[in-house]
Design a protein around this ligand. Structure first.
Ligand SMILES: Nc1ncnc2c1ncn2[C@@H]1O[C@H](COP(=O)(O)OP(=O)(O)OP(=O)(O)O)[C@@H](O)[C@H]1O
Length: 266
């Protein structure tokens, strides 16, 4: 579906992503690692936000690999790689539905014609409504996005990322800042969208990662130090010393495996 070869990004003397060979299939794969490991930089390279120092990014289309290393963020989105952001990134004064409809319109590459054609407008609104339904927000469709709780805004972000029906979804900490009562809903949402998308998930909550992932890739100082099923990664001594630090399922209340050296979920 999506692969990198020798992908590298340096910022001056700092190698943030270091010679990464990675391939994402039709699966739910999590990318984990301590703060500063290079996860966000890796997402930025996959989506054209940053240009790599070296290496390639390729997307599978039919039976061939397309080189998208130099594609812009807009082009990568058009080609079917969508992303949700670590920081909430919605238009607060637009309605919940408008936020997704605008994304559907942008994905449809129909941004000017749309305003002249009522049928198109309604078709996009319908698709947007379906996305809201999927994330459990259709009952808030007509409210301003600013009125949503933080957790509901994260769901809206996922709905925006679903707009245009991408093949690949990159979810950057969809659970960040979500209240503890809503964690299960976010987990269910991640599992649901993985039913029909290839998903690469960055998530610091190890209970979620170990529960939902088919595969876990661990970055440390920009390099991949482990790649495999969650149970293998969890027991990998290199991963334990670089990141997990004694993590046991359900131990998050103790602050283990939070990615934050001082404990607690970041
Ligand atoms: N634009 C930039 N200029 C200089 N250094 C950067 C830049 N972006 C990231 N870095 C550095 O690259 C390294 C990797 O950062 P990155 O944000 O990718 O890590 P991360 O794994 O996403 O961390 P977190 O879990 O805290 O989000 C860090 O040392 C960071 O300070």
């Amino acid at each position: 579906m999506l692969r990198t070869r020798g992908l590298t990004k340096s910022f001056g003397g700092l190698v943030a992503v270091d010679d990464v060979d990675f391939e994402l299939g039709t699966e739910l794969c999590s990318l984990i690692g301590p703060n500063g490991a290079g996860k966000t930089t890796f997402f930025n390279l996959l989506t054209g936000v940053l240009e790599p120092t070296a290496g390639t990014v390729e997307l599978r289309r039919d039976d061939a690999w397309d080189d998208i290393t130099d594609a812009s963020p807009h082009e990568t989105a058009q080609r079917g790689i969508h992303r949700s952001y670590q920081v909430t990134n919605v238009f607060p004064n637009s309605t919940v539905l408008e936020n997704v409809r605008i994304a559907e319109q942008a994905a449809g590459n129909d941004s000017t014609a749309l305003w002249r054609n009522v049928d198109h407008f309604e078709a996009y609104a319908e698709r947007a409504y379906a996305k809201l339904d999927r994330v459990g927000l259709s009952h808030r469709a007509e409210e301003a996005a600013s009125t949503l709780s933080h957790g509901a805004k994260r769901k809206l972000e996922v709905a925006v990322a679903l707009a245009g029906d991408p093949a690949v979804l990159l979810l950057d900490e969809p659970n960040a800042g979500v209240s503890s009562e809503s964690v299960d809903e976010v987990r269910d949402l991640i599992e649901d969208v993985a039913e029909d998308h290839a998903v690469l998930l960055v998530e610091h909550n190890m209970d979620i990662v170990m529960d939902v992932s088919e595969r876990v890739v661990v970055l440390h100082q920009g390099a991949v130090i482990a790649d495999g099923p969650p149970e293998d990664v969890r027991s990998n001594p290199d991963v334990q010393s670089a990141y997990l630090g004694g993590y046991e399922p359900g131990s998050l209340d103790d602050g283990a495996a939070s990615g934050d050296p001082e404990g607690g979920l970041s």
